[in-house]
Design a protein around this ligand. Sequence first.
Ligand SMILES: Nc1ncnc2c1ncn2[C@@H]1O[C@H](COP(=O)(O)OP(=O)(O)OP(=O)(O)O)[C@@H](O)[C@H]1O
Ligand SMILES: [Mg+2]
Length: 111
Amino acid sequence: MKLITAIIRETQLDQVRQALIDAEITRITVSRTSGHGQQIREEIYRGKKVIPNLIPKIKIEIAVNDEFVDTTVKAIINEAKTGEVGDGKIFIQPLEECIRIRTGEKGGTAI
Ligand SMILES: Nc1ncnc2c1ncn2[C@@H]1O[C@H](COP(=O)(O)OP(=O)(O)OP(=O)(O)O)[C@@H](O)[C@H]1O
Ligand SMILES: [Mg+2]
């Protein structure tokens, strides 16, 4: 199992969700978040250098069985990419366990 975390633009969320649903990836957690990537614009406030503002983004988390990783990643990239800086990033981590609270099922069948 893998945990896929994607940081994307707010404007791309609906079409990313639609593409995931079309690919039968329907289990998803979405949060509002903020951050910055490699472009740090130097900002001066009242003559002093200040750390740059955080840019609002959307965080998507999807736990999947290994065979769904490629489909998930492709759907996200297809719909999140504009080609401009700030399109976001995808992180993939090993997922040790998953438990469905209602039934107590564990692992791949619980996901
Ligand atoms: N290495 C990282 N660790 C944690 N969060 C990150 C990292 N890189 C990007 N992010 C998050 O993703 C958001 C979008 O990043 P962004 O697409 O600007 O990355 P980038 O490396 O600057 O690439 P680009 O040059 O295409 O803009 C950031 O605002 C931040 O929230
Ligand atoms: Mg950037």
